[in-house]
Structures are given as C-alpha cells and as structure tokens.
Ligand binder design. Structure first.
Ligand code: BTN
Length: 274
C-alpha cells in the first residue's frame, strides 16, 4: 500500500501547543493513559495531552483506535466536574460530541453528524470518536478524562482494510486539508466553554444541540444491549441521552447504554478489534 501519510506529513506545531500549556508527545501509548498518569500526579483540570501518534490508541468497548502519525488529532482533557454526580458523568460525552459537531459544522463548514450516542460521522462514515474514563467515589467524581480521536487529513488508502469501508477523514469527504494545530486549539477552547455551561446548566442546555446533529432518529436500527439485539425504528432521544426504539410489534424500548450495530445509513465504528 502506498503510504500517503509519509509523503504529506503536516506535523503538529509543538511550540504553539506548549505556549498554550498543552502537553505534546511525539508518540505515546494512549493520550487517555498519559492523562491518567498526569492527573494521578496532580495535574490540574483542563490539562490537555495530545500525541502525534498513539501506539495503543483505545476505542470504546475495549477496541483499539487507529492513530497514525501526522494525520489526525488524538487528544485527552482532564476534567474535575465537582458539581456533577458520577451518575450524570456520561452526559459529558454527549456534550463533547455536540460541541465538536457544532464546531465542525459552523466553523469548518463540514456536515458532521452524531450517531447515537457520540460517534461523529461524515457522509455516513465514522470520522471521530470519544472515549471518556472516570475515577469516582460513590458521590464524587475525582476526575474524568475525555479522549477525542478525529480523522482529519488521511487519504482513503491510509486506512487499513478492516476499517476502510467504515472510517473516513475530513479530507476524504471534503477535499480540504486542515491545519491540525489551529483546529486543536479552537476545539479545546470550544470544549472548555461547553463544559462550563454543562456544569452550570446541566445536559438540558445541550440537549437541543445534541439532538439537532443526531443522524439516528427515524432510521431502522439494531442495537446490541447486554448481548441482546433489539431492532426497530429510532423514534426519539430523551433529555437524559437515551434512545427510544419502537420494534415491529409497536413496543418501545428505552436504550440508555449500548451500541448501534446496524442501521440503514449508519456505520459501525472506525475501530479495529483489539
Ligand atoms: C470510539 O471508539 O469511538 C472512541 C475512540 C476514542 C479515541 C481517542 S484518540 C485520543 C484518546 N486516546 C485514546 O486512547 N483514545 C481516545
């Protein structure tokens, strides 16, 4: 396979990042793991780690995340949302998806949509994902790490065959190469603002935005929940981020956790099995 990435490397600007106190690694196991090590050593809230390349990029549900050098954004932010209870922490992932979709649509002109609950799709293919990991006591979040992976400048041939039909990049779909350093700095600012509002006003404040960018509603989908598949039409999204599916018998199912494993125009995630 021709390696387009090596011929068109546009590397992150270390100096610009470090000027903004962003911790930059050329290569790391996973930015989520690096952020965890840092927060355990006392790094404050909003500290952000970015890597040019991840050796063990991690996706949801124990999958791995393809994170080559010089093409995407792989970064993690440390949060300490003291006002948010651990049971509501999952909403921060939805807020993140909404804020990313809003930025990519409004600032970059890219029609990125959200596949429930928080996959970012462009033209029906996965271009981004979010992995949040938390350490909490029963009533208190000690810290939360939000890890974001965005496929930016890859070409089609850069993706390994296992995910070639499922994944995409902003460049593939829109033929526009983005300056990753600039985009990262803008996204971090938008994400910080979104977290402030979430901590202040709760998920209700973001629900309309998250719903607006959702691409799942109205589709016939299959969701895997507790090893059981439920098929039906996605009829609504609730104010707490759950999905309601109506099956062929007309029964409604409230899905608050799970994964869409098939859908008419949706795709599976841009992941590789570990
Ligand atoms: C998903 O499976 O959809 C979530 C993917 C999240 C990937 C990002 S890349 C930066 C951060 N570090 C990781 O190891 N994973 C997340």
């Amino acid at each position: 396979m021709k390696n387009h990435l090596n011929s068109k490397l546009d590397l992150l600007d270390k100096k610009q990042l470090e000027d903004k106190q962003i911790l930059f690694y050329q290569s790391v196991d996973s930015t989520n793991l690096a952020a965890r090590r840092l927060v355990e050593n006392g790094k404050p809230e909003y500290s952000t780690v970015v890597a040019e390349k991840q050796l063990k990029g991690r996706g949801r549900l124990g999958r791995s995340w393809f994170s080559p050098r010089g093409s995407g954004l792989w970064f993690s932010m440390i949060l300490r949302p003291l006002k948010v209870s651990p049971s509501n922490a999952g909403a921060i992932t939805l807020v993140t998806a909404a804020a990313l979709a809003e930025h990519l649509n409004k600032q970059q002109g890219l029609p990125v949509m959200i596949k429930w609950p928080n996959d970012l799709l462009l033209n029906g293919k996965k271009t981004g994902g979010i992995l949040s990991e938390m350490k909490a006591k029963p009533e208190l979040i000690e810290y939360l790490i939000i890890g974001i992976g965005l496929n930016i400048n890859q070409e089609r041939a850069d993706f390994p065959c296992e995910i070639n039909q499922l994944a995409t990049s902003l460049y593939i779909e829109h033929d526009k190469r983005l300056d990753r350093t600039k985009l990262l700095l803008e996204l971090i600012e938008d994400l910080k603002k979104a977290y402030h509002s979430f901590c202040e006003y709760g998920f209700n404040h973001f629900y309309p935005l998250w719903k607006k960018y959702n691409t799942t509603l109205g589709k016939t989908i299959t969701v895997c929940r507790h090893n059981k598949n439920i098929e039906g039409v996605a009829i609504d999204l609730t104010q707490d981020g759950s999905l309601i599916i109506r099956d062929h018998k007309g029964c409604n199912h409230l899905i608050n956790h799970g994964e869409i494993i098939s859908g008419k125009t949706s795709t599976d995630s841009a992941f590789r099995p570990p």
